[in-house]
Design a protein. Sequence first.
Length: 121
Amino acid sequence: MKYMLLVHHDEQVLKDLGEAELQKLRGESVQLANDIDANGKYVDAAPLQPASTATCIRVRDGKRLITDGPFAETREQLGGYFLVHADTPEEAIEMGAQIPGARIGTVEVRPVIKLPGLPKR
């Protein structure tokens, strides 16, 4: 089964870390992705641009409403993701616990629904 490991963190914390520490965390994330890949469990991973670069789209009654950012009432924003294969929820949780972003934020582990008819990758 595929699991989405969603990395949430306070963007101010990243700014406060400084460039050297940020690059260290990103390097650890790249190494983790390679370790997961070596075990045949890797699908994809990437950090996201800041929430201020986001656009939200809603369609109601056939009309689009476009707003800037996902400005939810929370300090933590979605900052990146890992998409992995795991045999059990516990295995997905173990992978999520290894993500460096878990040390400065939260990693949400969610099973992905297999939807028939989607393109295969």
